[in-house]
Ligand binder design. Sequence first.
Ligand SMILES: Cc1ncc(C[n+]2csc(CCOP(=O)(O)OP(=O)(O)O)c2C)c(N)n1
Ligand code: SF4
Ligand SMILES: [Mg+2]
Length: 305
Amino acid sequence: MEAKKTRAVNLTEEELVYPGNRACAGCGLNILYRIGLKAIGRDAILVVPPSCLTVMQGLYPITSTQLSVLNVTFASTAAAASGVRAALRAQDNDHTKVVAWAGDGGTSDIGLQALSGAIERNEDFLYICYDNEAYMNTGVQRSGTTPRGAVTANTSIGGKRERSKDVASIIAAHSPAYVASCSAAYPLDFHDKIAKALGIKGLKYIHAHTPCPPGWQMEEKVAVSIARMAVSNGLYVLYEIEDGRMTLSEPSAKLLKKKSLPRVEEYLQAQGRFKELGSDDIAAIQSDIDSKWAAYRRDMAGAAA
Ligand SMILES: Cc1ncc(C[n+]2csc(CCOP(=O)(O)OP(=O)(O)O)c2C)c(N)n1
Ligand code: SF4
Ligand SMILES: [Mg+2]
C-alpha cells in the first residue's frame, strides 16, 4: 500500500529555521531546508560542508538553524557524519538522527570519495545533496553536475561542453538502503521522502534539484516554475530506489503514459545561463531526454509484465 502523502496543512507548525536568513530571494535550497527540517525534527545533528547552506545558516550568534550543526571541510562530509554516528553509538544513543546536507560541488566532485566509502560501510545516516548545478557560493563555477551548455564563471565560450554527472545513479550503483530524487518545486515530496528515509537503517541518499536565480540567471519569481518545468518536460526525474528497484514518483510517473514529452526549449530559453546554446545543442539535450524516457518505458513495462 502506498504511504499517505503529507499535505501542506498537515505540516508541523514548528519552524526550525528562523526567518530572515541570508539566502537570496527565490532560492530553492531555502524552500527545501525549511520543509526538510520539519521532517527531520529537533533530535538531529546536521553535518554541512562549505556551501550556500553554511552562509544561510550564518555565524553564531546569528545562526538561522535551531539544530546542532557540525561544519566540516569539503572533502570530509560523509566521513564526519560517520564519526558523529560512531560517537552517538558510543553513548548508546540510537535516537538522534544524523543528516549530512551538502551541495553538488561538495558531493559530485570533492566529497564523492568519502561518500562512496560511507555507503560501502553502510553507515547509518541520511545524505542530502542539493543540486543547484554549480559552485554557487563562490560565484558560479562549474561542477560535475552543471548541465551541458550552461555558462559559468569558468566555462569558456559556449558554456560547459560536457554532460552532467548523474550522481544519484553513481550512488545507486553502490546499493545503499535508499535513494531518491526530489525537486524544490515539490517540497512535500521531499518532506515525505526524508521521513521515509529516516525510518530505514543504513545509508540513505536524496538528490534534490534546487533552482538558483543568480546562478541560473533568471528572475526570482520564476524559480519554482522553472524547477517545475524541469520535471514536467522529463529533464529532471523524481523517483525512489529501494532494494534495487526504481519507481517513479508523481508527477514524473504520469509522463510514462505520454507518447511524447513537452520540448525542453522553453526551460532552456527561460534561463540566461543557456543563452549560448545553439540549435544542435538543444537537439542533443532533447535527444538525451527522449532516450532516457524510452529506457524507462521499456524497463518499467518489463517490470509490470
Ligand atoms: C577545499 C576547499 N576548496 C574550496 C573551498 C571554497 N568553497 C567554499 S563553498 C564553495 C562552493 C560549494 O559549491 P556547492 O557544493 O555546489 O554548494 P553551493 O555553493 O552551490 O551551495 C567553494 C568552492 C573550500 N571551502 N574548501
Ligand atoms: S546563490 Fe543560489 S543557492 Fe546560493 S543562496 Fe543564492 S539562490 Fe540560493
Ligand atoms: Mg552547488
